[in-house]
Structure formats: structure tokens, C-alpha cells
Design a protein around this ligand. Structure first.
Ligand code: KG4
Ligand code: ZN
Length: 333
């Protein structure tokens, strides 16, 4: 049996998971709620909180999997991209743990792991497939030829989709992270009440900064004549804004699928937890007879189970890191 411990610490979730022969046995996630009072993630605070939580989270993952550390065959960890100080905590911990146990170390790219979360579960995608990876830091359309053979076809040139949600939520006075709040409020609103712009941008690339600015101008104008403008129109603002983001994302994904002829499509990353994106993605695939793949809800936002799955795949491919490995913050693979 191959047992791996996986560690994720790229942003504001300290997470550890155990995987045995490709099956997830535990997935402990400690979310740093302390950032919400600042309206965004404070990098230095994130590093300190990871440092405080990591031993407890790793112990909990072993306990829940009913496994002793002596049964581990390797340690997988998120090498990047992410916040440098946050990544350093997971990296140093993973190195020391692997060194202490005398077992190999496996470095994992966080964005590839989001995609590989689609292999946790019973109906994984077939190769090749195209994945729309949408998170708080990245928005990418990726062609996956094999587990570890991935090509980024397009990505955002400015804000990520998750940032577009979070920044608009912030200017509407909603708590951080705003994505899930917009999702919830949008359910009672009219998606066609406001028309937000669609950016003119290269084939499979994205741009969300203009969308956020148009929300800012709309609110400023509204507040000038009615100080309760946001509260009175909140659900329609959320529904229309979300509708535009989802349309932008799915239009590009559809184009990439049509032009490549690939018939298996997936979504991944924190924003793939969005209910409108999930629903319209499934509808699009049904309409075009494409196979739709979405990770289970708990594997969409940051978690170590996806790092464990990527680690398992790399273990089988004998892709190990040495103890000089250091984090990176670049977006590419
Ligand atoms: O993948 P993730 O957990 O962390 C990063 O790697 O960035 O993604 C976090 C992002 C945040 O921007 C959050 O607002 C967004 O995912 N998010 C959502 C929803 N749940 C999480 N956005 C829209 N609707 C949701 N239901
Ligand atoms: Zn992520």
C-alpha cells in the first residue's frame, strides 16, 4: 500500500490529507478566518497562522486516517504558486518531516492539483480534456494531455475570477471572501437587471479588472441619488455581476472546446464552487454532448486532498524532489 501525507499552505487554508493507494483517507482544513476583518488576506498574518496550526492539522489528518507516521511512504506539499511566506511554512515542514522519517519528498503545483482534484472520485475525465481553473489568484484554460502533461491555453491578464467576485463584494460592503456571499444573494436576484461589459481580449485570455471598475462606477452613480442604493438593489447587483462573470468564463471554455475538438471538459478551483457556474457548465456540456467533470464541493476550494492526489500520481511516476527544493510564486507549470 502507498501512503502519502500531503500539505497545503499556499494562501489562507492550512490543510493536511492522507491518501492510501489513491483513495483519500482524511482531509483536514483549518481556514484562517482572521483575515475577514481586514477585507482580504494579509500575507504576513497568513504565514504566522500557518506556523501556529500546521502541527495540529497534520496530527489530525493522521489520526482521522487512523495511521501512524511510520506507515508513510512519502510527503507531498504545495511548492507554488501562492504567498511566499505561507508556502515556506508548508515547504519547511514537509522537508523536515520527510528528512526525519527518511522518506521521499514530492513537490506539487497548486494549480495542477486543482485540476487533478477531478481524479478524486468515481468518474474521472478521459484524456485529453480541457479544464477551466478559476481561483482567487488565477484563471486559466488548460489542455490536459496526460496527468502531468498540461498546457495553459489562456489566462487572465489582470484580476482572477475569484478576485473579481471578492473585490466587487468588498465595494458592496459584503464580508471577505465575497464569492460565496454573491453566490448566495444572486439566487434571489435578476441576472439581466444590469448589463455589465464583456472585455475585448485575446482568444482564450481573460480580463476582469474592467468589470470590477464598472461595478464601482455604477454604485457611485446610484449612491449619489439614493444613499440606500446598494442595499435596495443588492440581489440584482449580485445576480447580474455573477451572470456576466460566468458568461465570460463559459464562452471562452466553449470556444476552446469547439476549436480543439476535445470532448471532456472540467472545472476546478475555488470559483468552481459557484452554483451558477456549476449549473450552466453542466447545461452547456449537455447541450453539446460533452462530458462534464466537477470535483466534489469540498475539493474545489483550497484543500490538501488535491495535493495528495497530485502527489500520488507523481509518486507512481517516480517524480521526487530533493531537499534543496524552494517555493516559487510564478503562475506557470
Ligand atoms: O482555490 P481557492 O480556494 O484559493 C485560491 O487558490 O485562490 O479560491 C478562492 C476563491 C475566492 O476568491 C472565493 O471568493 C472564491 O474562490 N469562491 C467563490 C465561491 N466559493 C469560493 N466564488 C464564487 N462563488 C462561490 N460559491
Ligand atoms: Zn487554490
Amino acid at each position: 500500500m502507498i501512503n502519502l501525507l500531503a500539505i497545503e499552505s499556499s494562501c489562507d487554508e492550512t490543510s493536511a490529507a492522507i491518501i492510501s493507494d489513491g483513495k483519500i483517507k482524511s482531509n483536514i482544513i483549518s481556514s484562517q478566518l482572521q483575515h475577514s476583518e481586514y477585507g482580504g488576506v494579509i500575507p504576513e498574518l497568513a504565514s504566522r497562522l500557518h506556523q501556529q496550526q500546521i502541527v495540529r492539522v497534520v496530527d489530525a489528518a493522521l489520526t482521522e486516517a487512523d495511521m501512524h507516521k511510520s506507515a508513510l511512504n512519502a510527503i507531498a506539499f504545495t511548492r507554488g504558486p501562492g504567498l511566499l511566506g505561507a508556502l515556506l511554512v508548508g515547504t519547511c515542514f514537509a522537508k523536515a518531516y520527510a528528512y526525519g522519517l527518511g522518506i521521499p519528498l514530492i513537490e506539487v503545483n497548486h494549480m495542477q492539483a486543482h485540476i487533478l482534484a477531478n481524479f478524486i472520485g468515481d468518474s474521472p475525465p478521459e484524456f485529453p480534456f480541457i479544464c477551466l481553473t478559476v481561483s482567487g489568484g488565477h484563471t486559466q484554460i488548460v489542455l490536459i494531455r496526460d496527468y502531468l502533461d498540461m498546457e495553459i491555453l489562456g489566462q487572465t491578464i489582470d484580476d482572477a475570477a475569484g478576485e473579481a467576485f471578492d473585490k466587487a463584494a468588498k465595494i458592496m460592503g459584503l464580508p471577505y471572501p465575497g464569492g460565496p456571499h454573491i453566490d448566495r444573494l444572486a439566487k434571489s436576484g435578476d441576472p439581466n437587471f444590469y448589463t455589465f461589459p464583456t472585455p475585448e481580449i485575446g482568444k482564450y485570455d481573460f480580463s476582469f479588472s474592467g468589470l470590477k471598475t464598472s461595478m464601482l462606477y455604477l454604485l457611485r452613480k446610484g449612491i449619489k441619488t439614493n444613499e440606500h442604493y446598494i442595499e435596495e438593489n443588492l440581489v440584482d447587483l449580485c445576480a447580474s455581476y455573477q451572470h456576466r462573470i460566468v458568461s465570460i468564463l463559459l464562452d471562452k471554455l466553449e470556444l476552446a472546446a469547439r476549436e480543439s475538438g476535445v470532448k471532456h471538459l472540467a472545472i476546478a478551483g475555488g470559483v468552481s464552487a459557484n452554483s451558477e457556474l456549476r449549473r450552466r457548465f453542466k447545461d452547456l456540456c449537455k447541450q453539446r454532448s460533452w462530458q462534464a467533470h466537477i470535483p466534489a464541493f469540498e475539493y474545489c476550494t483550497d484543500n490538501a486532498a488535491m495535493i495528495a492526489m497530485a502527489g500520488h500520481i507523481k509518486y507512481l511516476a517516480h517524480e521526487f524532489a530533493d531537499l534543496t527544493v524552494a517555493p516559487y510564486t510564478r503562475a506557470g507549470f
